[in-house]
Ligand binder design. Structure first.
Ligand SMILES: Cc1cc2nc3c(=O)[nH]c(=O)nc-3n(C[C@H](O)[C@H](O)[C@H](O)COP(=O)(O)OP(=O)(O)OC[C@H]3O[C@@H](n4cnc5c(N)ncnc54)[C@H](O)[C@@H]3O)c2cc1C
Length: 212
C-alpha cells in the first residue's frame, strides 16, 4: 500500500495539486481513483484490510505529495472504518461500500467554536426521538465541510460535565437541519473546504453510545 501511495503521489497528486488549488474544489475523482479510501476496511467490502500502523505509512507517503490531501484521506479512512465495523446494519448497508470505494466521503465533527483541546466542553446535544436521534449544535473547523457525504458528529446526550454522556452519531450531509453556514478563508490548500457545520434538530444514527 505504501508503494501504491507513492506511485499515486508521483503520478497524480504532484502534477495536479496546483490545479486543485486554483480550482478551489476538492478532487473527489482523484480521491476515489486512488484506491486508498478503504484502507482499514475488510477486503470482502473492497477495502485493503490493513492495520493503523501500516495506514500511517500510507499517509506519510501521501503527505509527501500534499499534507492537506493526506489529512483529508486519513479522516475519511477513519470514518469509513467506523461505519464498516458498526453494529447498525442499515447504516452499514447504506454507506460502507460507497465509503470504501470513495463514491462517498466521510468527515468528522468534534470541535466547536468554544471547545477545541477541551473536547468535553462541547455543547452539541443529541436527543432521543422515537427510535432515532436528533442533533442540535454548531461545529467549527470541520474539514470537508459541505463536501463529505457522511459526518461522524461528537455530541452530548445529557449536557452534563465531563465525558460520561459523550456519544458519536452519523449524520447525512443532505439531511434536514444540516447546513454549512461559513467556510473559512485560508492561506493555503484552497481545495480543502474547512468551516462551520450547523445542526438544527438534524436526524442522526447512534454509532458510539455514551460510555462505550
Ligand atoms: C487545518 C485544520 C483542520 C481541522 N479539521 C478538523 C475536523 O475535521 N474536525 C474537527 O472536529 N476539528 C478539526 N480541527 C480542529 C482541531 O481539532 C482543533 O484546532 C484542536 O482540537 C485544537 O483546538 P483549538 O484550535 O481550539 O485550540 P485550543 O484548545 O484553544 O489550544 C490552543 C493552544 O493551547 C494549548 N492548550 C490547550 N489546552 C491546554 C492545557 N490544558 N494545558 C496546556 N496547553 C493547552 C494547545 O496545545 C494549543 O497549543 C481542525 C483544525 C485545523 C487547524
Amino acid at each position: 500500500m505504501r508503494e501504491a501511495a507513492a506511485a499515486f503521489v508521483r503520478d497524480v497528486v504532484r502534477p495536479a495539486v496546483a490545479g486543485w488549488d486554483e480550482a478551489g474544489s476538492y478532487p473527489r475523482e482523484a480521491a476515489a481513483a486512488s484506491g486508498l479510501t478503504g484502507l482499514f476496511c475488510p477486503t470482502a467490502l473492497g477495502g485493503a484490510g490493513i492495520g493503523y500502523p501500516a495506514g500511517m505509512e500510507v499517509f506519510e507517503e501521501l503527505g509527501r505529495g500534499d499534507a492537506a490531501f493526506a489529512f483529508s484521506l486519513s479522516m475519511h479512512n477513519a470514518v469509513a472504518a467506523v461505519v464498516a465495523g458498526c453494529d447498525d446494519e442499515e447504516l452499514r448497508a447504506r454507506w460502507a461500500a460507497d465509503l470504501v470505494a470513495g463514491r462517498a466521503l466521510g468527515g468528522f465533527s468534534l470541535t466547536e467554536p468554544h471547545a477545541g483541546s477541551d473536547a468535553t466542553a462541547i455543547t452539541t446535544r443529541a436527543r432521543a426521538d422515537g427510535g432515532g436521534w436528533r442533533v442540535t449544535g454548531r461545529k467549527a473547523w470541520v474539514s470537508l465541510a459541505g463536501e463529505a457525504d457522511l459526518f461522524l458528529v461528537v455530541c452530548k446526550t445529557a449536557g452534563g460535565p465531563g465525558h460520561a454522556d459523550v456519544a458519536v452519531l452519523a449524520v447525512d450531509r443532505r439531511a434536514e437541519g444540516v447546513s454549512f453556514p461559513r467556510l473559512y478563508r485560508k492561506a493555503a490548500s484552497a481545495f480543502l473546504p474547512i468551516g462551520e457545520m450547523a445542526l438544527a434538530d438534524a436526524p442522526g444514527t447512534m454509532l458510539v453510545p455514551p460510555g462505550a
